[in-house]
Write a protein that binds this ligand. Structure first.
Ligand code: ATP
Ligand code: MG
Length: 570
């Protein structure tokens, strides 16, 4: 490709509204352009990268015997009613009607469609197991689209779905896919961890996420320093406190004015206490519409996934609105507490160990001190409800837990029979009885992978692609081509030879200052650059530049192609 015939679309300035490096660089390097909030066009350079990622995904899945197909983005709402997700999925599911008033959705994921296909096409257990995948556009009306391709509303996902006679066969494919994912992310040059994960809106009972380690990540992942244990913080069990609750100090409860204190820290400061001596009280919705109080030791955060798994609590967890809090307790959110609260109270196991603590008085602007469980609050249930924190003891080994930020690039699920049961996707077992198939599903956020790779691989000049993802392998920068016929001739010859050898090359043949050309090639992140200039040609040499290490070498003109190839990393 010659830049003179190409849509380079690089930007010199940093776009103002891009908060993370990958978003800035994807805009500046001309990979993407926003068309609407969370909706992007993928420009030619970005599309080349996308195709690279897709190809690696395809190769590794095909090796595991997965079969590619293509399903529609527009899906009948009735299929979603069959699975029960039409009502459950919430506002992320984009619903629409055709001219005849038939209802449809834009596919955020394809369990319903693939199950409708499998129940028709799979007639015998002999056809199982089978693993089908597609690489295709998804639409999720995300509440907060942000960070460019990291959290878009429209994005490209590889989604695979497997069907089985029994759990053992499902386990085998799950392990195969786990292995394929590890190979894919390793080949893509990413530093990642597979972590135990919650199953969320997809469902099922066993799942891992593949997380690329990066500070820009929206997820927190937890590792033990003594074993392979790694989990999304949503799933990480907190260690049970290894100390007993202190005895009540016998002092009477006292009501203290804490005007304008909204947070635990503000209340603690006003009361001259540490935040771990103040109870944090929150109101959430129960499935029956009532409000439930959740209490934590003030220095800990609620783990919403753990709370939502408790019988009778809304899932996904829904907090009471400010109006509902006021109506239910007559107090504002910062002044809530369990003393005198009329509803169900659930408390974290560390809150259970607190004695003589402070909590909101259920009266705006007041807190109570010298409060004790079983004395002042008699009915409460104890659970693990908090997020683990850096330095917690691992509940699974004798190690310490550490926290890192991660970008979820893939997730694998054992679904069991959730969809096959609901949608009647069955085969006959050996006794001739119709049984629902066991299912697995496996996603990779192909466009998010690109953003995640840039978060890990960039410098102050731009993107530094891991070579398997680079849009071009080699750049040719010709300096003063219009002044020197030798430069022009050598650069053109080099370009043609690289093309002939099927090496992807971008030939910068613009009549630009060298600095502009170098800056663009570095911004785009092309791993290897050959500089054709009259000065080095006078010595029979060409200059070679390596993007990642920034090293430069003079190489004999006739050896340059072999030399460059010797530098390739894959
Ligand atoms: P998240 O928790 O980030 O919202 P998810 O768990 O809902 O993602 P899955 O249903 O597991 O997503 O989808 C499979 C993969 O698709 C994810 O691992 C992620 O890489 C990608 N993905 C999901 N949502 C988005 C999005 N809004 N933009 C880009 N990629 C996404
Ligand atoms: Mg996920």
């Amino acid at each position: 490709m010659r830049t003179s015939n190409y849509l380079l679309s690089t930007l010199k300035e940093n776009p103002v509204d891009a908060a993370v490096v990958s978003h800035r660089l994807m805009l500046r390097a001309g990979l993407i352009r926003q068309i609407a909030s969370g909706i992007y066009a993928i420009l030619p350079t970005g599309f080349r990268v996308l195709q690279k990622v897709e190809q690696i995904v395809r190769e590794e899945l095909n090796k595991k015997g997965a079969i590619e197909l293509n399903m529609p983005v527009v899906q009948p709402a009735d299929l979603w009613r069959e699975s029960g997700r039409y009502e459950k999925y919430g506002p992320e599911l984009c619903r629409l009607k055709d001219r005849k008033d038939n209802e449809f959705v834009l596919g955020p994921t394809h369990e319903e469609v693939i199950t409708a296909i499998a129940r028709k096409e799979i007639k015998s257990a002999r056809q199982l197991p089978i693993n089908l995948y597609q690489i295709q556009t998804k639409f999720r009306d995300e509440i907060r689209p942000r960070f460019g391709m990291m959290r878009g509303r429209e994005f490209v996902m590889k989604d695979a779905y497997s069907f089985h006679m029994d759990k053992a066969s499902l386990k085998k494919t799950y392990d195969d896919m786990y292995d394929a994912y590890s190979r894919i992310f390793t080949r893509l040059g990413l530093e990642f961890r597979a972590v135990e994960a919650d199953t969320g809106a997809i469902g099922g009972n066993h799942s891992h996420e593949f997380q690329v380690l990066a500070d820009a990540g929206e997820d927190t992942i937890v590792f033990s320093d003594k074993s392979n244990y790694a989990a999304n913080i949503e799933m990480a069990k907190a260690p049970a406190p290894d100390y007993e609750r202190a005895q009540p100090n016998g002092k009477a409860i006292e009501k203290i004015a804490t005007p304008n204190c909204v947070s635990v820290d503000e209340a603690a400061a006003a009361l001259n206490l540490d935040s771990n001596q103040v109870l944090k009280s929150l109101l959430v919705k129960a499935t029956d519409g009532s409000l439930v109080m959740i209490c934590l030791q003030g220095n800990y955060e609620l783990n919403e996934v753990k709370a939502s798994k408790i019988e009778g609590i809304s899932s996904p967890l829904e907090f009471a609105s400010l109006d509902e809090i006021k109506e239910y307790t007559q107090a504002t959110a910062g002044s809530l507490g369990p003393v005198g609260f009329k509803g169900r109270i659930i408390i974290d196991q560390s809150a259970d160990k607190m004695a003589n603590f402070a909590c909101g008085a259920n009266e705006t602007g007041y807190h109570l001190i010298n409060v004790n469980w079983d004395v002042d609050v008699k009915n409460y249930e104890v659970y693990d409800l908090r997020n683990v924190v850096e330095g917690d003891k691992s509940p699974y080994d004798d190690g310490i837990l550490h926290l890192r930020k991660g970008i979820e690039v893939g997730q694998v699920f054992m679904l069991g029979t959730k969809y096959s049961q609901a949608m009647g996707c069955c085969v006959q077992d050996e006794n001739g009885k119709l049984v629902p198939m066991e299912m697995g599903c496996y996603g990779i956020g192909v466009t998010r992978v690109i953003a995640a790779a840039i978060e890990q691989h960039h410098d102050d000049k731009g993107i530094v692609w891991p070579e398997p993802m680079a849009p071009f392998k080699v750049a040719i920068v010709a300096i003063g081509m219009n002044k020197s016929s030798e430069v022009k001739e050598v650069a053109n010859k080099l370009y043609n030879e690289l093309l002939e050898r099927n090496i992807e090359v971008l030939f910068d043949d613009r009549d630009e200052r060298p600095g502009v050309m170098f800056a663009d090639m570095e911004l785009i992140g092309i791993p290897h650059t050959i500089v054709v200039g009259q000065k080095s040609l006078d010595q029979g040499m060409l200059e070679y530049k390596h993007r990642r290490t920034q090293s430069k070498e003079l190489v004999a003109k006739d050896n340059i192609i072999d030399f460059v190839i010797s530098k390739f990393e894959n």
